[in-house]
Design a protein around this ligand. Structure first.
Ligand SMILES: [Zn+2]
Length: 105
C-alpha cells in the first residue's frame, strides 16, 4: 500500500498503530473463515467426518486467509476511518488543510 493516496493526497497511516484496526478486521475474517470450514466440513461429511482432512483444510485457511485478505483489510479500515470521521463532521478532499492530508499544490 502506498503511504499517500495518489489522487487526493490522504496520508493513510494517520498515527502510530493506526493499522491495528485492519489487523482486527483481518483476524475477524480469518476466524469467520475457519468457523465456516469446520461447520460446512462437518455438515457435509456427517456422520463420517474426516477429522484429519478438515484439520488440514482449517490449517490452510488459518495460514492463507490473513495473507490474502491483508491488503483488503487495510483498505476497509481506511474506508471505515474516513466514514467515521466524516460522520463526526470532518471534511475531506478539496483544498482544506485537514489532518492527514498533504498539500498537492
Ligand atoms: Zn484519495
Amino acid at each position: 500500500m502506498v503511504p499517500d493516496c495518489p489522487k487526493c493526497g490522504l496520508h493513510f497511516e494517520r498515527e502510530e498503530g493506526f493499522f491495528l484496526g485492519a489487523l482486527m478486521i483481518n483476524l475477524a475474517i480469518t476466524m469467520g473463515a475457519l468457523l465456516a470450514v469446520w461447520i460446512i466440513g462437518f455438515a457435509v461429511t456427517l456422520p463420517d467426518v474426516p477429522v484429519v482432512a478438515l484439520a488440514v483444510a482449517a490449517g490452510l485457511t488459518a495460514a492463507l486467509t490473513p495473507i490474502m485478505f491483508y491488503p483488503f483489510s487495510k483498505t476497509l479500515w481506511c474506508a471505515l476511518d474516513i466514514m467515521l470521521r466524516r460522520s463526526m463532521g470532518e471534511q475531506f478532499g478539496g483544498d482544506g488543510a485537514q489532518p492527514g492530508f498533504h498539500s498537492k499544490a
